[in-house]
Write a protein that binds this ligand. Structure first.
Ligand SMILES: Cc1cc2nc3c(=O)[nH]c(=O)nc-3n(C[C@H](O)[C@H](O)[C@H](O)COP(=O)(O)OP(=O)(O)OC[C@H]3O[C@@H](n4cnc5c(N)ncnc54)[C@H](O)[C@@H]3O)c2cc1C
Length: 290
């Protein structure tokens, strides 16, 4: 199919983008990489009257570090994140997740904000940002909001973003000493969307106990979610194989997978446990080495 007709603009600055979103509220859609939006247009599952291409808008891409957090511009591509060696050193989970997204073409064009705003329940960044307890910067003509990723993903393809807002930046708290993070993704073939994905971020205290823990899961519910029961099961505990198995089982228990082309629900539930156990183990090894 071919898309329904639409108008197209390519503003050169963020102020113009925000004004257009305000004036054409509900009619305009941002266009970043186009790797999720264009298929929807072609299938006529979306028919916006206006596409606002943000490729020329300066200041929306790139990774920078402050004293408190790491800030990733919304228009940063999966490839830019994959290739950022400084980022990979502090947050190896980012390179791990980016490397498993689609193929080189998808990674060259697709952006982190596009993925987060699209909120496909099988996509990888939302679970990673939940595990990392990231914050999202949402800008409209009238205000800026900084909201937690936790609580942002409401339903399949539904988030807390307003039609007048653009996601300008993702902020990830700077991990302290003895921190580690990892993403484990199960896919049927290389380049596929996740059958199951589990993202873990962990900080060990001076006594070796788990002082901070974040676990995000993808593809095993209507929307990506934080595995709070698993987090509670191990927070404050000394890490051990038994403890990690308990947390992994809790993550599976909290999952609500459905049977589909990726596999039966019970298989996905079992894999949610296994991917979580592996991500916990990898994060622990990195935290001990940090
Ligand atoms: C073959 C294929 C394989 C893929 N495999 C994977 C995979 O394994 N894992 C995975 O996670 N993803 C995968 N994807 C999805 C891919 O990562 C997309 O690039 C991404 O989901 C959307 O990013 P985009 O920049 O292309 O956004 P677009 O398609 O341009 O936009 C998507 C949505 O986000 C909105 N949007 C875009 N930018 C912003 C912004 N800054 N603020 C607010 N709203 C915005 C748009 O209006 C639109 O509603 C795959 C896609 C394809 C086509």
């Amino acid at each position: 199919m071919i898309p329904a007709s639409f108008d197209y603009v390519r503003p050169a600055d963020i102020g113009s983008v925000l004004q257009i979103l305000k004036q054409r509220e509900g009619e305009a859609k941002l266009l970043a990489g186009g790797y999720s939006l264009l298929p929807l247009l072609k299938l006529r599952l979306a028919s916006p009257a206006l596409l606002v291409d943000i490729r020329d808008v300066p200041g929306l891409a790139g990774v920078r570090r402050t004293d408190d957090d790491i800030r990733i511009g919304g228009r940063s591509t999966h490839r830019a994140i994959l290739e950022d060696a400084g980022l990979a050193q502090v947050l190896p989970i980012m390179r791990e997740a980016a490397s498993g997204i689609g193929d080189p073409q998808v990674r060259n064009w697709g952006t982190i904000a596009g993925s987060v705003a699209h909120a496909d329940p099988n996509s990888d960044w939302p679970a990673v940002l939940l595990g990392l307890r990231a914050m999202l910067v949402l800008q409209s003509a009238d205000r800026e909001r900084i909201v937690p990723a936790r609580g942002f993903f409401l339903d399949p393809f539904v988030t807390g973003i307003e039609p007048t807002e653009i996601l300008t930046e993702v902020r990830i708290p700077l991990p302290g000493p003895h921190s580690g993070s990892a993403y484990r993704k199960l896919e049927r073939r290389a380049g596929d969307f996740s059958t199951v994905g589990s993202a873990v971020s962990m900080t060990l205290g001076d006594d070796g106990r788990i002082a901070k823990i974040g676990i995000g899961l993808t593809a095993v519910s209507d929307a990506p979610f934080e595995a709070t029961q698993a987090e509670q099961a191990i927070h404050g505990a000394h890490p051990s194989d038994g403890m990690f198995r308990e947390a992994a089982d809790a993550a599976a228990h909290q999952s609500r997978p459905v049977s589909d082309q990726h596999g039966p629900a019970e298989y996905k539930r079992a894999m949610a446990a296994e991917m979580t156990r592996r991500a916990l183990q990898a994060a622990l090894e990195r935290a001990r080495a940090a």
